[in-house]
Design a protein. Structure first.
Length: 190
């Protein structure tokens, strides 16, 4: 009797799986037509803001940054685009109604090919000695060195490292002035 019951159970499971599998295969793919919702966060030029874009959403939706939640304007095509100044935040798109697909979607960070990279004064081609560009490069490098020295210790003023690329006297004068100015500003604030 035990064998007969086990065989009946196994047979019924096999039949039901074939029937259900066929029903699933024959059922219209209504859910398959809906695209998956996605959200991306792209940094703006010089990382001053981020642009948040999404597609595949049905309204109404809200955007959450971990501290606040704001309404999103979802277009008729299911897309949205928002700019925010909170750059180092994880954004999430939230559903307003419980019956909506994609209750929450975490936004993924992507790099921007249009984002210019900060230039390192040592990697830029050398400017003509004494030119405005040469002096500007000296000021920029000096200000950076002065602030860095002040953050380490307000007891030791910045010293120019002239062992690297050759620069003009105008460059080093601008470097020294900017380094001392930045050093003093940072140390006064501490």
């Amino acid at each position: 009797m035990y064998r007969r019951t086990r065989r009946a159970v196994v047979t019924s499971l096999l039949v039901s799986s074939v029937v259900c599998g066929g029903a699933v295969a024959l059922a219209p793919a209504a859910g398959a037509a809906a695209p998956a919702a996605s959200c991306t966060v792209t940094p703006g030029p010089n990382d001053t803001y981020v642009t948040i874009t999404g597609e595949g959403f049905t309204g109404p939706r809200k955007l959450n940054d971990g501290e606040s939640t704001v309404d999103l304007a979802i277009g008729p095509d299911g897309t949205f685009r928002v700019q925010r100044f909170q750059k180092n935040v994880d954004y999430t798109v939230l559903a307003v109604n419980e019956d909506q697909n994609f209750i929450f979607v975490n936004c993924k960070r992507v790099g921007s090919s249009a984002t210019p990279k900060p230039q390192n004064p040592q990697s830029t081609p050398p400017a003509q000695p004494g030119s405005r560009r040469d002096i500007a490069q000296g000021r920029a490098a000096g200000a950076q060195a002065g602030a860095a020295a002040a953050k380490k210790s307000c007891q030791t003023k910045p010293v120019a490292d002239k062992s690297g690329p050759q620069h003009s006297n105008a460059y080093w004068q601008a470097w020294t002035q900017a380094a001392n100015r930045a050093f003093n500003q940072v140390c006064k604030g501490m």
